[in-house]
Write a protein that binds this ligand. Structure first.
Ligand SMILES: *[C@@H]1O[C@H](CO)[C@@H](O)[C@H](O)[C@H]1NC(C)=O
Ligand SMILES: *[C@@H]1O[C@H](CO)[C@@H](O)[C@H](O)[C@H]1NC(C)=O
Length: 330
């Protein structure tokens, strides 16, 4: 009797709380990953990779293993386009093993992989990539459309960027996209933008890093994603985001902003690269561009983040740091 009454009271309270809190509170799924006991955190970022080891995917993977051990990573972030050409056909698609489980085999890479989806993933069965069945096949796999990862000193905001891009809807060509769970599109996008904005506003983490598949600033083959510049960038600027990290262009890039503190990193060198077409960019913003394969490592404390871009041989291509105390970089 008491138990039941207690429960009802609790439910009533929860409902009341939900009603009052929901307009201002983000609906995004929240995950936690503790920083190391000394308060530091390190991880790798790779994108545009799943090609059954081809196009140097295996070479990049083995160097990720070496560097992952050296910087003692806590996890790996994937910026999407996890499985080429057309995502997964279902939870039993052998591509999951051939392009992921059997490729990233180094001991240092046996950590959680936090994945977003790319446009190629949307050409397959999206729900398969989001399914807990994949986690049973390989416990590293963590994939949601959009979510927040709280890692104490830093909060990551993973944003599902594919539904923003008009041409996938208006001019899909021969490609079929799996928009189940996205349509009606307008509602999906406006809820997502609201959720990202309120999650950023609620965050008290020292660092805020936004991860998406599509570019905001890029001099690569695809260049800027105008829909994100219009809709997402103002939210990042209004909420003191430190970094926006993406894939989509198959290259490595570091671009700063003349009008804000946000730095833009493309880590899309997980496999096929060498597109050869590079657009011009304001020299005062373009810090580094590499057309080939590779990946990013980040090693951070509450006040300082050290970033390194590596090539397919694990050679350092570009390194810099961001300091919270002195403001800015090498
Ligand atoms: C693999 O990497 C090497 C070194 O960067 C490069 O010369 C070669 O073209 C790459 N292979 C492919 C298929 O991209
Ligand atoms: C992280 O960066 C600091 C500062 O550059 C460096 O001294 C340290 O060795 C790095 N740690 C790892 C694990 O790479």
């Amino acid at each position: 009797m008491f138990e039941g009454g207690h429960r009802l009271l609790f439910l009533g309270g929860l409902l009341l709380w939900l009603c009052m809190a929901s307009p201002a509170t983000s609906e995004l799924q929240r995950l936690q990953h503790r920083a190391k006991p000394d308060g530091t955190l390190s991880f790798l970022v790779v994108g545009d990779w799943g090609r059954e080891g081809n196009y140097n995917q295996s070479e990049v993977a083995s160097q990720m293993g070496v560097i992952g051990e050296k910087v003692d990573i806590d996890f790996v972030i994937s910026t999407g386009d996890n499985f080429y050409e057309d995502g997964l056909t279902g939870v039993d698609d052998p591509a999951f093993s051939k392009s992921f489980a059997d490729i990233y085999t180094a001991p240092s890479l046996q950590k959680p992989w936090y994945n977003v989806l790319g446009n190629h993933d949307y050409r397959g069965d999206v729900e398969a990539q989001l399914s807990p069945v994949l986690k049973e096949k390989d416990s590293r796999w963590v994939c949601f459309r959009s979510f927040v990862l709280d890692a104490e000193i830093v909060e990551f905001f993973f944003v599902d960027t594919t539904p923003f891009v008009d041409k996938y809807f208006t001019d899909p060509g021969e490609h079929k996209y799996d928009w189940k769970g996205v349509e009606p599109r307008e509602e999906y996008l406006s809820n997502l933008l609201k959720d990202v904005d309120s999650a950023l506003k609620d965050s008290s983490a020292k660092w805020k890093i936004v991860v998406g598949h599509h570019t905001i600033k890029s001099a690569g083959h695809h260049g800027v994603t105008v829909e994100l510049v219009e809709l997402l960038l103002p939210i990042l600027q209004a909420n003191d985001v430190d970094l926006y990290v993406n894939g989509h262009d198959h290259c490595l890039e570091h671009i700063t902003s003349t009008d804000s503190e946000i730095q833009f990193i493309t880590s899309g060198g997980g496999s096929k690269a060498w597109r050869g077409d590079i657009k011009s960019w304001k020299p005062e913003e373009m810090k580094f561009y590499y057309d080939g394969q590779g990946f990013l490592s980040m090693n951070m404390t509450g006040d300082r983040a050290d970033l390194i871009l590596y090539d397919v041989f694990g050679q350092v291509l570009h390194k810099w740091f961001i300091s919270k105390q002195l403001h800015d970089t090498a």
